[in-house]
Design a protein. Structure first.
Length: 430
């Protein structure tokens, strides 16, 4: 018996030594990865979305400004070293996930560097290599049934898009009511999130209203559990966008996602790779997918309509009794969301030009002309990133709802772990 205990103790000690050595090795590889992300950021202004690591690493990247060819070579060497550092099958799940995450994020970085050096990829190739996912393909016929339903729901002369635009004019938040409406939405989203997710003391964000952007809202994570959220006021803001943006950019969306990564992975575990967020990477599909799915986690449809009827419509000086009808229409329009992906696919593949892409968005996505043109500018800037919103939401939704557990609990676990998009599909099928 004593010999068995001694052997067990020796084996346990040996496993601990191996695990520590693995951690040290992975930390060294992670530092090289972070420095490469910062180096790519010197060639691509949109690439580094957030950084909360050692300031001297950023300074070094700015000072060195390594050529893209050198970055590509260093990334290739790092990929080889990460592959050689694969943890044993006996390693715990988080250790396995960390290795898979770092390897796949680096693979995405190499693709982005290749693109910056002139490589041209088709839409689906690009999204697969950058975001670890490919959106389904749709034709005009796929949207025809929904458009026919809307045609009946919004009777009158003129095209459906014109009738839809006219219908929505009654739901615009007056500019002098924007801040009160957003404040009420943020307070509600935060309150509901804190009932289920524990956040570190001091977390907060600031809201700014901006113009001349290709996006409608953006979360700039500042580190130390703080965010700057910007809301673009170039175009009219409809009342439904208050909850959408408050949840998506704030609670339980991007702000909470970044706070939990910083707390649980960067600070508690010392995983330095989570000090940086490369925008064009698989991490973005998880980030955007959870941010969009988080809206319905925090506000299931019936609950949301009731809250808006009771709180937000009055705050926006809109007629509360119109809320239910408004969301009946929006629920149908939401079924056209993949029209945006199709416009981007055809445009980036060179099958249509910018005007035709805007025409497609207007006809099949029911975008107003100014909003369609803004979306094309977004596609010009962010390319296949568009899949992360709708496909990301659908993948996250399928994964979380396949867990068979409390949605909030599964949601919190997902945004606190280094899980990849492809693993969502694999695990959702089990």
């Amino acid at each position: 018996m004593r010999n068995s205990v001694v052997v067990a103790a020796v084996l346990t000690a040996s496993m601990l030594v191996t695990a520590r050595a693995q951690d040290v090795r992975m930390n060294q590889l992670a530092e090289r990865y972070v420095r490469l992300v910062l180096a790519v950021g010197q060639h691509d202004a949109d690439y580094v979305d957030a950084y909360d690591g050692p300031p001297e690493w950023r300074t070094d990247a700015e000072t060195q400004k390594r050529p893209l060819a050198e970055i590509a070579t260093r990334a290739s060497m790092l990929a080889r070293d990460i592959a050689a550092a694969k943890p044993p099958v006996s390693a715990d799940e988080m250790t396995q996930l960390r290795h898979q995450y770092l390897a796949r994020q680096l693979e995405s970085l190499r693709t982005r560097v290749s693109m910056l050096m002139g490589t041209k990829l088709k839409f689906d190739e690009e999204s697969k290599q950058l975001y670890d996912a490919v959106a389904p393909t749709h034709t005009e016929a796929d949207f025809a049934k929904v458009l026919a339903q809307l045609d009946r729901m919004l009777p009158g002369p003129g095209a459906v898009i014109d009738r839809y635009d006219e219908f929505r004019t009654g739901f615009i938040i007056p500019k002098d009511r924007l801040d009160p409406v957003f404040t009420a939405a943020i307070d509600a989203c935060r309150s509901r999130t804190l009932e289920h997710i524990t956040l570190p003391p001091g977390e907060s964000f600031t809201v700014e209203y901006v113009t001349n952007k290709s996006w409608s809202g953006y979360n700039w994570y500042q580190g130390n559990y703080r965010s700057l959220i910007q809301v673009n006021t170039d175009l009219p803001i409809y009342v439904d966008r208050a909850i959408d943006l408050a949840c998506h950019e704030g609670y339980p969306g991007h702000h909470v996602y970044n706070v939990l990564l910083e707390k649980n992975l960067l600070r508690d575990r010392g995983w330095i790779e989570f000090s940086v967020y490369p925008l064009f990477s698989p991490q973005s599909l998880i980030a955007e997918g959870t941010a969009n799915y988080g809206i319905e986690v925090a506000f299931p449809r019936a609950d949301r309509v009731e809250f808006e009827r009771r709180v937000l419509f009055p705050a926006a000086q809109l007629e509360p009794e119109t809320a239910a009808r408004y969301y009946e229409v929006l629920d149908l329009v939401d079924q056209l969301s993949y029209a945006g992906n199709e416009a981007a696919r055809r445009y980036l593949n060179g099958e249509i030009n910018a005007k035709q892409a805007a025409d497609w968005l207007e006809k099949y996505g029911l975008y107003s002309r100014p909003r369609a043109e803004q979306r094309v500018r977004f596609i010009d800037q962010y390319r296949s990133y568009v899949i992360n919103y709708n496909l990301g939401k659908d993948m996250v939704k399928a994964y979380i709802e396949s867990r068979g557990a409390d949605r909030w609990q599964a949601f919190a676990r997902l945004i606190s772990s280094p899980r990849l998009p492809s693993s969502l599909v694999t695990n959702a099928r089990r």
